[in-house]
Design a protein around this ligand. Sequence first.
Ligand code: S3P
Length: 172
Amino acid sequence: MKRNIILTGFMGSGKTTVGIQLSYRLKCRFEDTDKIIEKEQGCTISEIFDQKGEEAFRNLETECLKQLMEEKHPFVLSVGGGLVVREKNRMLLEKLGTVVYLRIRPETVYERLKSDTTRPLLQSSDPFMTIKTMLAKRISFYEGCCDITVDVDGKNLEEIVNEIIGDERTQY
Ligand code: S3P
């Protein structure tokens, strides 16, 4: 593997789980923008949203991508589900590597995240409606900056990882 692989997609699409497994199989490092930001800021994503707001968080995501541009060795990267909303971030992603969009249905996101408390943007009185609305708004961003789209509904981890590794666009 010579080029980085970047996993994008809505919250709950499995970017981190798939990314870790992919990095094992490809024998390279795994990175995650949320984890990098939490480590550098010394607090959780929820605390950053609470104390500084979403805009400040999006700035941190942009800084994180710029840092990753300097890395010398190939890696698999999972990025936060809202990172693609910023045009600058989409441009950085395209430069950074092969972008894989893990496409998921809102029903599946809801099933997976209905008890989650770590995603500040989903802590609403009607999480399913929030998921549906946010996903609909973001679809064009995910589609616009990806090289490969993988549907994840109804597939297990191995099937998803095999599909990514088997795609000719991740072969270099
Ligand atoms: C967000 C997704 C989260 C995290 C933050 C905001 C979003 O990452 O970056 O809560 O706006 O979709 P995951 O997609 O890894 O859950």
